[in-house]
Design a protein around this ligand. Structure first.
Ligand code: C5P
Length: 406
């Protein structure tokens, strides 16, 4: 679980319905609690055939409710009381039968009644046999739930407990814990369009050789995810990396700095905010051979010329977007970073020590802007990216105050 902090402690009602995947919900409860979310479990009678209430009770440290007629709830209003003060209800696994009940507003047990009587968002995680998933009735019910504002997470495709292969597998606990964290993030960039560059560029010398910068792309991809979580529309221009791109980001793959500049030029007019995390190679070879250059045994001399500075190009446009740069320095972090920010005319520059950050899953960051500097102590890159996005949103808001509606 990469998320570690939420603005305020969130309360989640985790509902389990009958399915083999109920065992994954036990791990999910553990991950959510570990990341600071307060979890209250409610199970249907069939869910408790697959996983014991004692397991969920031990993991959450709270009684697990199963019964609509539970007299331990003071006013016998379990169907309403349990969902009050919740920030969301998550049903995982959500069986085909439970989805059908939700779509039709049925309420014949504690969990379905709580869902109908809720005043908080509802998220469901379908888990079922592939033919049940493909059945037009299930698909119809899911469309109805989508129209009703219910968030549907998954399912995934793969080998199922019944031995068949196809759509219907419940998402893994780790992915769900991240999705819940993302769901709870403040939507500070809703409606904003972000253009983000990430990863290294690769400058070919010949058909098989080239020069590049040491960059895993992890920070840039974390910024993409944090921006999506904050409600932004994101286009990612990425150099060659081995990372998964979030499904909701638009991806443009590039190789060289000149490719990256061309992609940026064609996208920039639509961007409100440009975040340049890419480790762009400062130089490229003057000559590139289409063939593999043969070894001669002797030494060789290569001539390099400077690449265009993509961020400086964007910041110098007549109407530039809000520009954010990154700087990895090996020494004199503050002096070098602030000098870079002024030279490139940036609203914000995030700096870190190259030796600490490159390839790592964690990093400390120092942010420099017109108001001064702020230090973000060492944390997982996704957490740093969330803090950075929050900072960007607040500076952007100050520079572009919303016009009051009358
Ligand atoms: O390499 P340097 O430290 O100057 O990078 C600072 C910022 O400028 C980074 O955000 C990087 O993405 C950007 N940059 C660029 N084009 C270059 C070099 C750097 O956009 N050719």
């Amino acid at each position: 679980m990469t998320g570690t902090s939420l603005p305020n402690a969130k309360r989640l009602l985790l509902g389990l319905t009958g399915g083999v995947a109920a065992y994954k919900a036990a791990e999910l409860a553990r991950l959510l609690i570990r990341s600071g979310i307060d979890v209250q479990v409610v199970m249907t009678a069939s869910a408790s055939r697959f996983v014991g209430t004692a397991t969920l009770q031990a993991l959450t440290g709270k009684p697990v409710f199963t019964d609509l007629w539970d007299t331990s709830i003071t006013n016998s209003m379990a169907h309403i009381d349990l969902s009050r003060d919740m920030d969301a209800i998550l049903v995982a696994p959500a069986s085909a039968d439970f989805i059908a009940k939700l779509a039709n507003g049925l309420a014949d047990d504690l969990l379905s009644t709580l869902c109908l009587a809720r005043d908080c968002p509802l998220l469901i995680v379908p888990a079922m046999n592939r033919q049940m998933w493909e059945n037009p009735a299930t698909q119809r019910n899911l469309i109805t739930l989508g129209r009703d504002g219910v968030t549907i997470l998954g399912p995934a495709s793969g080998v199922q407990a019944c031995g068949e292969t196809g759509m219907g597998r419940m998402l893994e606990a780790h992915d769900l814990a991240e999705a819940i964290h993302a769901f709870f993030q403040p939507k500070a960039l809703r409606g904003k369009r972000l253009l983000i560059t990430a990863g290294p560029t690769y400058e070919a010398i010949d058909a098989v050789r080239g020069i590049t910068n040491s960059s895993s792309g992890k920070m840039g991809y974390a910024v993409v995810r944090a921006a999506l979580e904050a409600g932004a529309e994101v286009t990612l221009i990425s150099g060659p990396v081995c990372l998964d791109v979030p499904a909701t980001a638009r991806l443009v793959n590039v190789v060289s700095a000149r490719d990256m500049l061309a992609a940026v030029k064609s996208e920039i007019s639509r961007a409100d905010i440009f975040v340049s995390v890419a480790a762009v190679a400062d130089y490229r070879p003057v000559r590139t051979s289409k063939q593999k250059t043969k070894k001669t045994g002797g030494s060789i001399v290569l001539e390099f010329i400077p690449n265009p500075d993509i961020l400086a190009y964007v910041a110098n446009l007549p109407n530039p977007p809000f520009c954010v740069g990154f700087a990895a320095e090996t020494e004199n972090l503050e002096r070098n970073a602030e000098a870079k920010r002024r030279k490139k005319k940036l609203s914000l520059l995030a700096a870190n020590l190259a030796q600490d950050a490159i390839g790592s899953d964690e990093s400390a960051l120092t942010l420099f802007d017109n108001e001064g500097k702020s230090h973000l102590p060492n944390a997982p890159k996704i957490e740093q990216a969330r803090r950075l996005i929050k900072h960007i949103a607040s500076l952007y808001e100050k520079q572009n105050p919303a016009i009051p509606q009358c």
